[in-house]
Design a protein around this ligand. Structure first.
Ligand SMILES: NC(=O)c1ccc[n+]([C@@H]2O[C@H](COP(=O)([O-])OP(=O)(O)OC[C@H]3O[C@@H](n4cnc5c(N)ncnc54)[C@H](O)[C@@H]3O)[C@@H](O)[C@H]2O)c1
Ligand SMILES: [Fe+2]
Length: 372
């Protein structure tokens, strides 16, 4: 039986002020999990949680593309401090670290083999979960997923369970204003990947379709503006909302081929997640549009045609709409300096032979690295 699941999302003007009343009286201890880059921006949220009657411990051990061991380390902090609220603060990596640490805090019996069982996890016996995203991309603040990396196997492991959908997502737009251009661009492509994957997925529903379509349109309208002027608060707010809307969209549907490819490439070469999604997205859509739909799946060309018209593409057939939508994705990527191929992202056949990438890449414009 299909159903729709969502945390309470606090957004818009004064969202932070509305957090206190939501958590007041629900405990005395909270742990905020973040990384070493974002820890300096935790002041306002920590003050708000303290004013609601909590002692707050900060753990800044989260890392990009978190390894399972990082989540285990986070869970040990939680087991030690025994909070009633766990706060994931940062990009998708920090939020996923916090989500996984929270599960292992609630269920230390899973530590030996951290695979979430399909049965009830029985969370929230110890703590509830608040997410505070600082990138506008993953939607991790509202989804049922925590993506961890198995560093030995060079692969991403997607832990999925309805119980790990956070209780509250707090969208404070000011936290996203400092994102550098390259992070704005790559995380924005993640939003587009989530909404198009979610829209064409076999698990789509009428509810997820509406959210995905809205997120697609908002991304095309607002990502170039947020990229050009990071201080444009309206563009930042729209992209933040779009990321969470897309999270609710794919979180109540699923991701698809672009994410399957991006997870493989990301774990092996450490390309930022949204960039890997952006590279894979046009090819994935071309592929699914060229094949008959899977059993019980929507007709991809028809869906892409509808999405094209929804964002204002003037097409006389679904086929033309699908083609022009995919072209528009490539144009958007060029406009925001994202690579269109693995080669442009610096993944050459030689590097593939050598395996792991030496470094993450940032700031590509038209395939050439920018100085800033
Ligand atoms: N759980 C989900 O639903 C879900 C969905 C998609 C992706 N993911 C996962 O999320 C991770 C990617 O997350 P991400 O794209 O948000 O990036 P990230 O969390 O890996 O962050 C990238 C870098 O940006 C920094 N950063 C974060 N916010 C910033 C800000 N406001 N200003 C300046 N720097 C900032 C971080 O400290 C980090 O160094 C991947 O592991 C991916 O697999 C999870
Ligand atoms: Fe993603």
């Amino acid at each position: 039986m299909p159903y729709f699941i969502s945390p309470k999302v606090l957004f818009g003007k004064g969202a932070l002020k509305r957090l206190g009343p939501e958590i007041k009286g629900q405990g005395t201890r909270a742990v905020l999990i973040t990384d070493k880059t974002m820890v300096k921006y935790t002041g306002k949220i920590v003050e708000t949680v303290r004013n609601a009657g909590f002692e707050v411990k900060i753990w800044d051990g989260a890392e990009s593309d978190p390894a399972i061991e990082v989540a285990l380390a986070g869970s040990r902090v939680l087991l030690d401090f025994k909070p009633q609220w766990v706060i994931g603060f940062g990009g998708g990596s920090a939020i996923d670290t916090a989500k996984a640490a929270w599960v292992l805090y609630e269920r230390p019996d899973l530590v030996a083999k951290p695979i979430f069982p399909k049965v009830e996890l029985n969370l929230r016996r110890k703590a509830r979960f608040l997410s505070v995203p600082t990138t506008s991309g993953t939607g991790a603040d509202v989804t049922w997923v925590a993506v961890l990396t198995d560093t030995a196997e060079h692969r991403k492991i997607v832990f999925v369970h309805n119980d790990i959908v956070p209780d509250i997502s707090l969208l404070d737009t000011e936290l996203t204003v400092g994102m550098p251009k390259a992070l704005t661009a790559s995380t924005g492509m993640d939003v587009l990947g989530h909404s198009l994957d979610g829209y064409t997925s076999r698990q789509r529903t009428d509810f997820s379709d509406g959210l995905c379509l809205q997120a697609i349109r908002m991304t095309f309208n607002w990502l170039p503006k947020a990229y050009k002027d990071g201080k444009d608060l309206q563009a930042r707010e729209k992209m933040q909302n779009a990321a969470t809307i897309a999270g609710l969209g794919f979180g109540n549907s699923n991701t698809g081929l672009s994410h399957a490819l991006a997870h493989s490439v990301g774990a092996l070469f450490h390309i930022p997640h949204g960039r890997a999604v952006g590279i894979a997205l046009p090819y994935s859509l071309e592929y699914i549009a060229s094949k008959p739909p899977l059993p019980n799946a929507p007709e991809p060309v028809e869906k892409l045609g509808i999405a094209a018209r929804f964002i204002g593409i003037d097409a006389t057939s679904d086929q033309e709409g699908a083609y022009r939508l995919i072209e528009k994705i490539r144009e958007l990527e060029q406009e925001i300096g994202e690579p269109l191929s693995l080669n442009e992202a610096g993944i050459t056949p030689l590097r593939m032979q050598r395996g792991k990438s030496p470094a993450a890449f940032s700031g590509y414009v038209g395939g050439k690295k920018k100085s800033s």
